[in-house]
Design a protein around this ligand. Structure first.
Ligand code: GLC
Ligand code: CA
Length: 560
């Protein structure tokens, strides 16, 4: 396999709005990010992904872009952005931005021009279609609820949107539109190291927009059914790559759901569309059939199996980007850990598994201090558009107000979007003003300042963990070494080897409530890491005892 500059990197996602506010308007900003670069460097971060910072009305928190060439005033200026790039470079860190090109904002000039002249050239930057027998052109439900079709005022046409109605989908069949996007991407790539690419699988539409059998009480069908049934996204993605990323040797990480099962090599193989794509296999376990309200409960055995399966499949072709959480998901510590494990030990254990899998680890802001879901007292406390939709869906399905609130509390994207907890002071040190979204009440116990002082904190453990992954001795095996699951028949234990010709590293964790014992297959050569305070392991002959929530990283004598 050809080695790439990003194979051995560790990435960190910043959600700028909630990272650090330096001017007291309650909104995180670029100055805040610049001031924390040393913090990220100390954590061992190489690549920083910024969620969107472009000019936007923020209907979907910046994923609705009104001007691809401008920085949102809320965050700062282009000069400050250049400063961020320069400061990152000084520290040998890479910046990647979010690339949202399936749709733009309805406030984007293109869409405004399309509305002004619905038969003109700009209308063809979007999907403007006539309805069918007084109905919209098809029966699709958007990802945020309601029809995918919205009336173009003053006409008999509708425009297409897979997300909010303020996020009209761009027409990728139009070569002119594609050229405009490529120009913009190349302009950014003069300074950036790459992109995280938003919702990209959706760019290919079935231009017949066929109806599907309704799958909900609203009589609509999920729009992803069209995505799953249409072929040809690969041609668009190749055109995109060849016209942009490839020329810059850019690092690209795709947000890809609903891929066809045999497409993995095309997406991330040697000459794939992207450098990597996120592994959402654990997250998809809680996809409800109709929404968050009927999301299945997480079961450890399924979680373990999903990750193992993804690892084994992926290593045949390339790398996936491993995450515990991101800005669209609840906090992983609350989601993947049973309540007895939602402790510093449990959180360290989960982090160890995620970071030592094969792939590119992404840490989401606050994960490194063990941030958990917030307590939400009423729907008014939420901001997120999709949470509001899911509340309605739950209510419509017959859940009480309280039950629907509980569903949202558990699953809301806002759990990940509460401000970063820097100190135990007012607003967790995030802002001197009023935060745009409430601060998680746990900030007094969980914050960077306190954890800096405690050698055994989650933060200091994460620092050790990242350093271990990148250490001279183990970098090679953690980057390119094979992933091999082990002890799959031991209840509650998640364990695997990372192996190459020279090294055999065993990562073993006990997610169970009770202690567990496993039989080692060869001698321990070195204990590299453990979440026991004294750093020891409990091993007698070949029997390794793991307490509840214990994780160990051992070098074993190489064996078959
Ligand atoms: C992606 C983003 C999400 C956004 C959506 C629409 O899934 O991660 O935050 O709402 O795309 O752009
Ligand atoms: Ca600010």
């Amino acid at each position: 396999m050809e080695k790439k500059w990003w194979h051995d990197k560790v990435a960190y996602q910043i959600y700028p709005k909630s990272f650090l506010d330096t001017n007291g308007d309650g909104i995180g900003d670029l100055r805040g990010i610049i001031s924390k670069l040393d913090y990220l460097k100390k954590l061992g971060i190489d690549i920083i992904w910024l969620s969107p910072i472009y000019k936007s009305p923020f209907v979907d928190q910046g994923y609705d872009i009104a001007d691809y060439y401008a920085i949102a005033e809320e965050f700062g200026t282009m000069e400050e952005f250049d400063e961020l790039l320069a400061e990152a470079k000084k520290r040998d860190m890479h910046i990647i931005m979010d690339l949202v090109i399936n749709h733009c904002s309805d406030k984007h000039e293109w869409f405004q021009k399309a509305l002004a002249d619905p038969d003109g050239a700009f209308a063809d930057y979007f999907y403007f279609r006539k309805g069918k027998n007084g109905n919209p052109p098809s029966n699709y439900r958007s990802y945020f609820g309601g029809s995918c079709w919205e009336k173009v005022p003053g006409t008999d046409k509708y425009y297409f949107h897979m997300f909010a109605k303020e996020q009209p989908d761009l027409n990728w069949e139009n070569p002119k539109l594609r050229q405009e996007l490529y120009k913009m991407i190349n302009w950014w790539l003069e300074g950036l190291s790459g992109f995280r690419i938003d919702a990209i699988i959706n760019i290919k539409k079935d231009l017949n927009f066929p109806d599907f059998a309704p799958d909900g009480k609203d009589g609509l069908a999920s729009c992803w059914k069209m995505v799953e049934s249409v072929d040809g996204v690969g041609e668009l993605l190749e055109d995109l790559k060849k016209s942009t990323f490839e020329k810059y040797d850019a690092f690209t990480v795709g947000e890809v759901f609903n891929m066809k099962p045999d497409e993995l090599p095309e997406f991330i193989g040697e000459n794939g569309h992207f450098s990597t794509i996120f592994d959402f296999s654990a997250h998809c376990l809680s996809d409800g059939e109709h929404g968050w309200y009927d999301a299945p409960k997480l079961e450890f055995a399924k979680w373990r199996a999903a990750i193992i399966q993804a690892q084994l499949e992926t290593q045949k072709y390339g790398f996936k980007a491993n995450i515990i959480e991101n800005h669209d998901e609840p906090r992983g510590a609350s989601r993947f850990l049973p309540s007895y494990a939602q402790t510093p030990d449990g959180i360290k254990m989960l982090g160890t598994i995620s970071l030592l899998l094969r792939g590119i680890p992404f840490i989401y802001q606050g994960q490194e201090i063990g941030m958990r879901n917030a307590k939400w007292n009423s729907m008014e406390e939420f901001d997120d558009i999709s949470t509001k939709d899911q509340y309605h869906t739950a209510r419509e399905a017959g859940l009480s107000d309280q039950e629907a609130l509980e569903v949202c509390s558990r699953m809301s994207r806002d759990n990940a979007r509460t401000p970063m907890q820097w100190t135990s002071g007012e607003n967790g040190g995030f802002t001197k003003g009023t935060p745009w979204l409430k601060v998680n009440p746990l900030f007094k116990d969980v914050n960077v300042e306190a954890q800096e002082q405690d050698p055994d904190s989650v933060l200091n453990y994460y620092r050790k963990l990242v350093a271990l992954r990148k250490s001279d001795e183990l970098k090679e095996v953690f980057t390119y070494g094979e992933f091999l699951p082990e002890y799959e028949n031991v209840d509650g234990v998640m364990a695997f080897y990372r192996k190459d010709e020279f090294k055999c590293i065993l990562v073993a964790a006990n997610f169970g409530k009770d202690a567990a014992t496993i039989k080692l297959k060869s001698e321990i050569e070195k204990v590299w890491l453990s979440n026991r305070i004294d750093g020891t392991v409990d091993c007698e002959k070949d029997s390794l005892n793991l307490r509840s929530c214990e994780v160990v990283v051992l070098e074993l004598e190489n064996h078959k």
